[in-house]
Every structure is written in C-alpha cells, then in structure tokens.
Design a protein around this ligand. Structure first.
Ligand code: SAM
Length: 459
C-alpha cells in the first residue's frame, strides 16, 4: 500500500446526482448518526424532510451518508493533516461539513468548483461557523502522507477506517495479505443482489432483465443469486420485479437458507422453523425452498420486525408461512437460528456500526448466542437439524459458540456443510465443516453457518 489516500474515485453512475439539496439531506442524516441514531432511520427521516428531491439526488444522499460513516476515520485523518482535526472543531455541524467536502474530494475526485455550490453559505446546515474560503482550502490544499506505520494492523485500520480493536482481532486470524482484501471489501458500497424465484430459473430471469435493458450477472457461488451491475435502480420498475420473480437478498443470506437443505434432495415438503426471522429475509427464501407442500414457522423476539415479515409473506401470497405464538419446534425438520450478532460481516451495508461496536459487545453477543442455542436445543426433535448462523467474522460468535454449545449440550453432532454446496463451491465457501463466507471471496459480506444434527432416537 503506497499511499493512504484513495487512488480511484467512485464513478459518476454509482454516485447519483450531487446537489445542494442532496448534500443537505446527507449532512442532516450524518448529524443524526453522530448523535447516536441508527443510520437507516436517520436517512429515512432526512429524505422525508427533504422536499422535491429527484431519484438520483436521493441516491446520492443515501450513498453520501453511508460513505461519511464508512470512511470516517480516514476523512478525519485528512482533516487533521490539513490542520482541522475534528477535536479542534467545536460544532458537530462544522465537523460534518469538513468531512463531507473531504469525502467529495478524496473519494469522488470532485474539485471545489463542483463542491462549492453544494455547501456554500448560507447553508446547507446550520448552525455553522466555518467560512466558505476555509472549506475551499480544505479541498484545494495538497495532502501530505501522515505519520502512520508502513504496515500492520494500525495502517490497515486507518486506510480502511476501522477501529483498531477490530482490526487487531482480525489480524490474529488472517495475515495482512488476506486481511487487506477483507477490509477493502467491507469499506466499499455493496452491489445490489437479488434472489431469483422460483429456484432454478436464473437464466430465464437474467434474459428477461437484458430484454428490459437492465444489466445483471449471475453470482457463481449462490445458485439463484444475481447482481445488478446497472446502478440506475431501473430494476425496481421491471416486469420480472413486479411479478415477484426477484427478491432483494444478499448472497450470504441465500447461502444460509441453502445451508438448511438436506444433504441429498431438496427441502420441498419439509417444515422449517425460522426462530430469529426478523423482517423475514430468509423466511421468504425458505418458503420458496419448502414449496407449498411444506411449511415455514416464523418467530422473532421483535414484534415490529415480525410484522414486516408477515407483510412480506402476505404480499407474495406465501400462505404456507405462519407466525405461531409461542413458536414450538416439535414438528420442525430444520430449525434455523439466525442469531443476533455484531454484524461485523455486514459493515459494508451498515457502516455506522463500525463506531458503535466494542470488544465487550462481542463478548455479550457470545453469551446471548450460546444461551439461545442451549434454550432451543431440548425442543429440537431427535434427528432434526439446527442451523446456527451469523453475519459475524469473529470466532467468538461463530466457532466458539458451536464449541461451547457442544460442550454444554450432549446429543448434537456437527455435520459438514461442504456436501450441501458441492465440491466446487465448498472450496470457496467452506472452512472445515462450516460455511465461512469471507467478504473478499463472496460479494456482499461475511457470513457463518454450522449444521448441528440432533442424534436420532435410539434404536
Ligand atoms: C440477524 S437478525 C435476523 C435476520 C433475519 N433472519 C433475516 O434474514 O432478515 C437476528 C434477529 O434475532 C432476533 N432475536 C434476538 N434475540 C432473540 C430471541 N431470544 N429469540 C428470538 N429472536 C431473537 C432479533 O430481534 C433479530 O430480528
């Protein structure tokens, strides 16, 4: 890594349309993130407030607010190098503005002649003490290389804007040559991925997308996954989309749903319990996999999320998905435990989490995950499969949970996942018996899954 500063810029098509109004929405949302609100909610509120924004401007605002959190550490280092360390700037609004103009400069390659109209006084956010000429200097003054070690965890954490504790932990697991592509992948805006329905019809759907003028490509590691390579978002207006043939779903989630499959044959006709169904992403994939002769029973601690799952199943007329309360597991052939986790594998999608997580929170997740498995285990029917999954990169939430579970609860065996995916895909996806999809190898994130088979009844 020669220089710490980015050497390539976001292309204009991905960027959407920068404007003063779009910058205002992005800055308002970023401020709300800095005050502790979740990014998704902050963005939704800011877009609601911003009247008359066009689709391309909304895309710019959404990308910008994610980018400001995503690259926060590097942007603040650039500000410090130019003599405007955030710690020396009292107002959060001023800090956000400096970050914004540096993002436009360093990650978009924009000159002051383009950035100026987006931020010049009297706006876009108030209160503000920074004058336009100072912002112009922040954009135009050459940046020197800061004093950061030539190699190692601190340099990687700085370049890709991660907290030191997380990169130090990951550096214990991977050499720099493996770790750098992981961090680089998590430091990028992820592409939009979809799952094609019904399963096995990917070629047909891809051909129809091409006919409708949307550029898309298959994703090799997941059987029904497509990546939309065209960033116009026109995919949402296509006929295949309106027919319900495409579901937004990241590749890792598709692989986790596939991890629930029997070793031979398909899930058709099976009963699957999705005990941490959330807003139903995997529930829908499982419903397609079991088909109308099977059943999916969905539950979640959050009633709000479960209501979203119910609505999504209703929209697709998936009548074989039910939401029993309490959710009992005695009839389930497969129990999916898509456990609450640190989300370290999904930081590309949720970059504000980088600055909220801590090593202590990871320890607490371990306890929650283990307790959840221990609590569910007696309800799993003999011979049935429990699939434990996370979107974490950390063994504390993955391998160690499985190890501690097996030590505490007798009567379960780890079943290798490789045969589910087949040798070619398993070579990319699996690590020993587990699914360990690294973000550098699998587009859209880091995921883990383990198959835990409950011993069949004796005799
Ligand atoms: C990783 S998310 C699930 C994502 C979801 N499966 C999907 O595909 O969109 C974890 C979920 O676990 C839920 N949860 C946390 N603790 C739980 C518990 N003890 N029992 C059931 N659900 C729980 C959370 O509300 C959250 O929705």
């Amino acid at each position: 890594m020669k220089t710490l500063w980015p050497e390539t810029f976001l292309d204009d098509e991905r960027l959407g349309r920068p404007s003063r109004r779009a910058a205002t929405a992005a800055l308002e949302a970023h401020l709300s993130v800095l005050k502790g609100e979740p990014l998704k909610l902050s963005l939704a509120e800011a877009l609601k407030e911003a009247e008359g924004l066009g689709g391309q401007e909304r895309r710019f605002a959404a990308l910008a607010v994610r980018e400001l959190s995503r690259h926060q550490r590097l942007l603040d280092l650039a500000a410090r190098t130019l003599g405007h360390a955030p710690s020396k700037i009292g107002l959060l609004e001023d800090q956000a503005l400096v970050r914004y103009v540096l993002w436009r400069r360093l990650f978009c390659g924009a000159p002051w002649s383009r950035i100026g109209p987006e931020v010049k006084l009297p706006g876009p956010i108030r209160p503000r003490t920074i004058k336009d000429d100072l912002l112009a200097r922040v954009v135009e003054t050459p940046l020197s290389e800061p004093a950061v070690p030539e190699a190692g965890a601190e340099r990687l954490a700085t370049r890709y804007s991660f907290p030191n504790w997380l990169v130090q932990r990951l550096a214990q697991l991977h050499p720099d040559a493996v770790l750098e592509p992981i961090l680089a992948a998590l430091d990028e805006e992820p592409s939009l991925h979809f799952r094609v329905r019904p399963t096995g019809t990917r070629d047909e759907v891809l051909a129809r997308l091409v006919e409708e003028g949307v550029a898309a490509a298959p994703v090799d590691v997941a059987l029904d996954a497509v990546r939309i390579t065209d960033s116009s978002h026109r995919v949402f207006e296509t006929k295949v989309m309106r027919e319900g043939r495409l579901q937004v779903q990241d590749v890792g989630s598709q692989l986790i749903a596939e991890a629930c499959r029997p070793l031979t044959g398909s899930l058709a006709g099976c009963t699957v319990a999705d005990v941490c169904a959330g807003a139903g992403g995997k529930t829908l994939a499982l419903a397609d996999a079991v088909g109308r002769s099977g059943r999916v029973l969905a539950g979640d601690r959050s009633r709000r999320r479960l209501a979203q799952a119910r609505e999504r199943a209703r929209e697709l007329s998936l009548r074989h998905v039910s939401f029993p309360h309490p959710l009992t597991l005695e009839n389930a052939d497969v129990v999916l435990v898509d456990a609450p986790c640190s989300g370290t594998g999904s930081l590309a999608r949720e970059p504000d989490q980088k600055w909220k997580l801590s090593a202590k929170a990871v320890e607490e997740f371990h306890t929650t995950q283990l307790e959840l498995l221990v609590e569910l285990a007696p309800q799993v029917k003999p011979g049935a499969l429990m699939v434990y999954a996370t979107c974490s990169l950390l063994p504390e939430e993955n391998d160690d949970v499985v190890r501690d579970f097996l030590a505490r609860v007798p009567g379960f065996q780890v079943e290798p996942l490789g045969p589910v995916y087949g040798a070619e895909r398993a070579a990319v996806l699996c690590d020993g018996p587990f699914l360990r999809a690294l973000p550098s190898r699998v587009p859209g994130g880091g995921f883990f899954a383990a198959r835990l088979r409950k011993n069949p009844p004796a005799g």
